[in-house]
Write a protein that binds this ligand. Structure first.
Ligand code: NAD
Length: 489
């Protein structure tokens, strides 16, 4: 575990992997490391090379074995943003690191610094806990027909339990009062439905913390106009990615927010923003997001007093109106470069803010969260049918049904439904439904079925000249269907 052994000695120097990144990365990392050194942080930075240069050298993941080994040894990474090259073949390094090291929780605090940083929401103080490994970020995508592409959205019970429990443990450890869950389970009843259901189950273990659920569209709207009403928000990966940028921007600038990516064994700390190629090399980037991430890192490695020192000096600098260009405005006194901003923070080490209240240092890495995984008994699973997806040039669904019924005459599986882009077109149909070349044809058995029946069915469909682009097994779990029904059923 991260917090045990080597992190517990109060005066130990902790090796930390440091990635300088791309674009503005080296500028803001340089500024942050100078501040940490001046503040007396007991860290031993071990530089690793990741990002654009590594991609260009032919490593499609953007990280080489040496960097991975350093990371595995230090178990702490302070990371500047990197550029993911456009075009095919390059994997997102961030996604790779998160998944490779099991960094399942992405913790993104957003707190207003009014009146020193202009915001419409001076009382805003929320934390987004974003699930970090699942959802559409598996990168499992296919083009299936001339017309149709798909992306697989994976939501697991175990992953959801981890992130939801993490959110409640985070709330408990950090004196937060309410956890809100966003999902879109009115549409994605199985995937987002699971996320919501697990949220309700786990919330019962934390009776002292209020909980609520919102459909993500109205939740996002409320977040945009009234972020003050939120405390901790837990949500699946994609919604969390989008909404945490919005939350940071509502506070004044996306350049101010830091984040912790937390796993059982490794934690990665980074700004939430990207490599900002539009301002790279100009020396004007705001290093605050990465600095706030570094403050979270110091708290994590047991150097809370240094973290507090850095945070106080940073708040004092912001309070005195010494601002980088992204937050420079009528309330500012001077517009500073990245390096000048770092100098200003260093000059204020040992001072405290006069008007802003320093927030309690957040505890982002929680060893309690992952331990308490509930032991839900495995449900009884029965195979009851198969959805066969066909690439078939648009024609009439009735014709397709007739051909499939003829092709499967010897099968013990019967055609029960055809949908096109999820809308039922056989046996019932609307004349107005626009059909594409992608047909889901549902075959059901009279009782439990097996793979041999499906293999025989697929053979007869292939012999009839159809192009099967994929199949999905249809299962019941404890007697309940584990598959969506066609709209119109
Ligand atoms: P971005 O966050 O880099 O920039 C968005 C806007 O915010 C730009 O106008 C930029 O100038 C401004 N900005 C961002 N950080 C700032 C700072 N510290 N100070 C002042 N202004 C700042 O987003 P983008 O332009 O969409 O992405 C650029 C690259 O970054 C892409 O290659 C993307 O893949 C990558 N990216 C990396 C990470 C990461 O490494 N964690 C995260 C997001 C995007």
């Amino acid at each position: 575990m991260l917090t045990a052994d080597r992190l517990s000695a109060p005066t130990a120097t902790i090796p930390v992997a440091v990635a300088h990144g791309d674009g503005i990365g080296p500028e803001i990392m340089g500024a942050v490391l100078r501040i940490l050194e001046a503040a007396g942080a007991r860290i031993d930075p071990r530089p690793i090379e990741i990002g654009e240069r590594v991609y260009r050298s032919g490593i499609s993941s953007g990280i080489d074995d040496e960097a991975l080994a350093t990371l595995a040894a230090t178990r702490v990474l302070l990371k500047a943003p990197i550029t993911t090259p456009q075009g095919g073949g390059f994997k997102s390094l961030n996604v790779t690191i998160r998944k490779m090291f099991g960094l399942y929780a992405n913790v993104r605090p957003s707190r207003a610094l009014a009146p020193f940083v202009p915001t419409l929401h001076p009382a805003m103080d929320l934390v987004i806990v974003r699930e970090n490994e699942e959802d559409v970020y598996g990168g499992i995508e296919h083009q299936q027909t001339a017309d149709v592409t798909q992306c697989l959205k994976l939501i697991t019970r175990s992953g959801t339990e981890r992130i939801v429990r993490y959110a409640f443990e985070y709330a408990r450890a950090n004196g937060r009062k309410r956890v809100t869950c966003f999902s879109k389970d009115n549409i994605m009843k199985i995937t987002d439905g699971l996320f919501h259901r697990v949220f309700e189950e786990i919330s019962a273990e934390y009776p002292e913390i209020a909980h609520e659920h919102m459909i993500v569209d109205i939740g996002a709207a409320k977040l945009a106009v009234n972020p003050e009403r939120f405390d901790v928000i837990v949500l699946p990966n994609l919604y969390g990615d989008i909404l945490s940028d919005i939350a940071a921007e509502l506070c004044g600038s996306v350049g101010m927010a830091g984040s912790a990516n937390v796993g059982d064994d490794i934690a990665m700390f980074e700004a939430i923003h990207g490599s900002a190629p539009d301002i790279a090399g100009l020396g004007i980037a705001n290093p605050s997001g990465l600095l706030n991430a570094a403050v979270m890192m110091l708290a994590h490695i047991g150097q809370s007093e240094i973290a507090q020192r850095v945070q106080n000096a940073w708040l004092r600098t912001v309070e005195e109106g010494l601002h980088t260009r992204d937050i420079y405005g009528a309330q500012s006194v001077r517009c500073l470069s990245t390096a000048e901003f770092a100098d200003a923070v260093i000059a204020r080490l040992g001072t405290s803010p006069q008007r802003l209240t320093p927030p309690a240092l957040g505890k982002a890495v929680l060893t309690t969260a992952a331990k308490n995984q509930s032991q839900t008994p495995a449900p009884r699973k029965e195979h009851v049918g198969v959805d066969v997806f066909l690439d078939w040039t648009p024609g009439r669904a009735n014709d397709l049904a007739a051909k499939l019924i003829a092709a499967s005459a010897q099968s013990k599986l019967a055609l029960t439904m055809i949908t096109n882009r999820g809308t039922q077109v056989w046996p019932r149909a609307s004349e107005m439904t626009r059909c594409v070349d992608h047909w889901r044809c549902r075959f059901m058995g009279e009782g439990p079925i097996d793979g041999l029946l499906i293999a025989a069915l697929l053979e007869s469909i292939a012999r009839a000249g159809f192009d099967t682009i994929k199949t999905e097994g249809l299962y019941t779990f404890d007697g309940k269907p584990g598959y969506s029904l066609g709209q119109g059923q």
